[in-house]
Design a protein around this ligand. Sequence first.
Ligand code: UT7
Length: 336
Amino acid sequence: MYQSKIAGLGFYVPENVVTNDDLSKMMDTNDEWIQERTGIKERRHIKKGDGNSTAVMGAKAAKIAIERSGISKDDIELIVFATLSPDYYFPGGGVQIQEMLDIDTCPALDVRNQCSGFIYGLSVADQYIKTGMYKNVLLIGSENHSGGLDFSTRGRGVSVIFGDGAGAAVLTRSDHNGQGVLSTHLHSEGKHALELSLKGPSTMHWVPQIIEENPQGDDIIYYPYMNGQFVFKNAVVRFSEVIQEGLQANGLEVKDIDMLIPHQANLRISQFVQQKFKLSDEQVHNNIQRYGNTTAASIPIALTEAWEEGKIKEGDTVVLAAFGSGFTWASAVIKW
Ligand code: UT7
């Protein structure tokens, strides 16, 4: 059995900064509430005409990751793309990114696991590399939330949280014994599927039906819905469980964690996990303050940033953990 490792990382966020004060001009909210409840100060939103889309941002992040990996784009054998906000209903965004990067005819696989999408994708990439089927895999998470949020007061419980952006990693077969992805741990619980969801447009709610019925108020189905407190309560439990599971599987203890990259759902969730495991500020990287929750992009953005800032060194034990819609949750343990 081979082992996979991360050979290159990259991220991209749109230039357009949207502060909490900017949002308070569109809806009944304020900087104090948003910072106190979520930790977010600002986020990035695609601006009309800036040329960005989910796939475009994904391709930009991927380009950086490929350059840094030292691996030619022509040697990529699989593209795995995680998003909940694809440019098109079909085809998936993986093939769009393939075209944008001018990568020939390798397979492009889309992953639909929302906030856990990047770790689910990492697990897929890891399995293919482990078995020897592929040597180099491009993994991307990208989201364009801003185009589909309700920026009226009705949607404030959701729309202040999410931001746009993309992150990417190139995974390759590891030459050094023990260096790379040690394990991945995936879970889902479909009974809570609708607690954080976007119901339409979809095959259950086609556009003509939405237009005809024009649901309003509580029935609205074309903006994301989140049962915030319920999601929060599940998140803190599942984050803790799945981190513990990853450590146990590798015979590691909390003190062995050099860097924890939690999915950036809410700063209070990250802080709860940090306190529970008694981790220092140096052992956890958060950037939700600047980017909001970018779902499948949040872990690769935070991981890239932590690496760029020199917070991750060779030999470090890095733990990734996520929880989100589905519900899905996941962790990965990596020896850098
Ligand atoms: O990434 C995927 C996973 N997602 C998560 O893990 C998110 C989990 N949930 C959360 O992060 C939090 O539940 C939220 C940040 C979404 C909401 O925070 P909360 O502390 O749970 O607030 P709440 O929904 O209980 O609302 C408290 C009050 C309500 O007013 P009343 O009923 O007490 O008068 C809301 O209407 O805050 C009000 N509120 C707002 N006020 C100002 C809700 N959103 C806003 C807002 N600005 N943006």
